[in-house]
Design a binder for this molecule. Structure first.
Ligand code: ATP
Ligand code: MG
Length: 485
């Protein structure tokens, strides 16, 4: 913490004019000249400055509006600066508070610091030094906020706008994202689970003019209904049991940035009305608050449901649907853009190899053929998991089919059995190889049974109508990895 009395004597180092920080400041002093001077100086630094001429008025303002920083005199006729400080910390424990006094006393300084003031200035003080300190504290606070956001982003395991693809569908999508990113239009990203909806939402933000401001993601399906409103709009102190301090909602945290509403189809009817209001008027109200707050946000929503269908079922408001679905960005399932499979696999392979410190550098042709032919119900997420697993299991520098999950390999046998005669058996022809056909057939059913039996070999054997011993024999013979273990 900053040393107490030394604040006046240290001179700040000369430095170039720093970039502007957006913040709302409250200056409290019963002496008009002091108020005026601070207001002029701090306004010039680009802050939004409010003044109060006494403690009572300051407390009123603190309870009604939201501030980032308080600069208060200590000795005032009605309520003291320490009273104001208490209220400030009570409504928002992150508020940066500076105290100033003409009559320095160790006790009041200690009391102020104990209550959470960051500094205690003795009048007359050096204004440039105060400006610098204000800046430093606001900057530190901003970094702290950013850190919280960063952690959230990391938690969601995201690269930035690293969206990979070369299929015509994805190339068209890149172009579209590039164009719409620059607008403020609400975007609805649709597609099956794991197709990259969240990635695209981030890419829209990263390529927009809002990129310097926060991207905030909220999974509407994961937050309990009762908490969704306060999560989104924030709450005033005392709005409900447990709301012991004012808290900003995500809409406010995302100010000037983008808010990503994931699984929008899961939002309940009450919240749908409130969201509609934000989209229409760009205004909202904190829970328990009386004042309406302006919101400068861009909304990107995502769903893996067919929203128009749930509109038809009466579960989603039609008016909200049209507000959200201004521009739709659709991500096709991976099976409909197979050109992307090798590209994505190549992208994930070095990533996981590095992460695990393993020298796995390529994918064998045979393994690649299996990847290319598989249906990917879990889309890109599933492919990513398969590559991660392969890197972990692979003892050689090349990913071999054996390191892929059994159900992917089973697919190959199925295709090997393609071109069968009407009796369901393959025709004899050039290059016919009974051994290989037989092996493919066995492997397919062994793997399928094992998968359906959840990996329990006795059960799998039973499903195939064979003894456990036979099952073990064939599993070993045909090197069914899961069966071996
Ligand atoms: N085109 C892509 N390029 C690189 N990685 C991708 C791509 N698409 C998806 N991914 C990766 O796949 C995983 C799933 O993507 P994402 O979370 O964006 O999917 P989603 O559509 O939001 O899925 P869900 O509906 O289940 O939430 C992420 O780890 C993401 O990094
Ligand atoms: Mg998602």
């Amino acid at each position: 913490m900053t040393p107490l009395a030394s604040t006046v004597t240290q001179r700040p180092p000369a430095r170039p004019a720093p970039a502007k920080i957006e913040a709302r400041l409250l200056v409290v002093d019963d002496e008009q000249s002091m108020r005026d001077m601070l207001k002029i100086v701090l306004k010039r630094d680009g802050y939004d400055v409010q003044v109060a001429e006494n403690g009572k008025r300051a407390i009123e303002l603190l309870r009604r509006e939201s501030f980032d920083l308080l600069l208060s005199d200590i000795q005032m006729p009605d309520a003291t600066g320490v009273d104001v400080l208490r209220v400030a910390k009570d409504v928002n424990r992150d508020m940066v508070v500076f105290m100033m006094t003409a009559f320095a006393s160790t006790e009041s300084a200690v009391e102020a610091m104990r209550l959470g003031a960051v500094d205690y200035l003795t009048k007359p003080f050096n204004v440039d030094e105060l400006r610098l300190k204000i800046r430093q504290h606001l900057e530190a606070r901003r970094l702290k906020e950013e850190n919280v956001l960063l952690k959230r982003a990391l938690h969601a395991q995201h690269g930035l706008s690293n969206v990979i693809g070369r299929s015509p569908a994805m190339l068209a999508l890149f172009q579209m994202v590039g164009t719409i990113a620059k607008t403020n239009s609400t975007v609805l990203v649709t597609g099956e689970s794991g197709t990259g909806k969240e990635m695209v939402a981030r890419a829209i933000h990263e390529n927009s003019l809002r990129r310097e401001h926060p991207f905030v993601a909220l999974n509407c399906g994961a937050v309990p209904e009762t908490l969704l409103e306060s999560e989104l709009f924030g709450h005033m102190k005392g709005a409900f049991t447990g709301a012991d301090t004012m808290k900003k909602g995500l809409v406010e945290v995302a100010e000037r940035g983008t808010i990503f509403l994931d699984e929008i189809g899961e939002m309940n009817a009450t919240m749908q009305v409130k969201l509609l209001r934000v989209l229409q008027d760009r205004r909202f109200r904190r829970l328990g608050g009386t004042e309406e707050v302006q919101a400068d946000i861009r909304v990107v929503a995502a769903t893996n449901q067919d929203l128009s269908k749930i509109v038809g079922e009466g579960k989603f408001r039609e008016d909200l649907y049209y507000r959200i679905n201004v521009i739709e960005v659709h991500l096709p399932p991976l099976r409909d853009r197979r050109e992307d499979i090798p590209l994505l696999a190549e992208h994930f392979l070095p990533k996981f190899a590095e992460q695990m410190g393993k020298p796995v550098t390529s994918i064998s042709q045979e393994a690649q053929a299996l990847l290319d032919a598989y249906d990917w119900p879990g889309n890109v997420r599933e492919l990513q998991n398969v590559i991660e697993r392969a890197v972990a299991l692979e003892p050689s520098p090349v990913v071999l089919p054996e390191s892929l999950p059994a159900h992917l390999r089973a697919g190959r046998a199925e295709r090997a059995a393609e071109g069968t005669s009407e009796a369901g058996l393959p025709d004899l022809g050039e290059g016919f190889d009974l051994e290989a056909r037989g092996e493919a057939f066995y492997r397919h059913y062994l793997a399928l049974a094992l998968e359906r039996a959840g990996g329990v070999q006795v059960k799998a054997a039973d499903m195939l109508g064979m003894s456990f011993r036979s099952f073990r024999y064939y599993a070993k013979k045909y090197k069914l990895r899961e069966g071996d273990e």
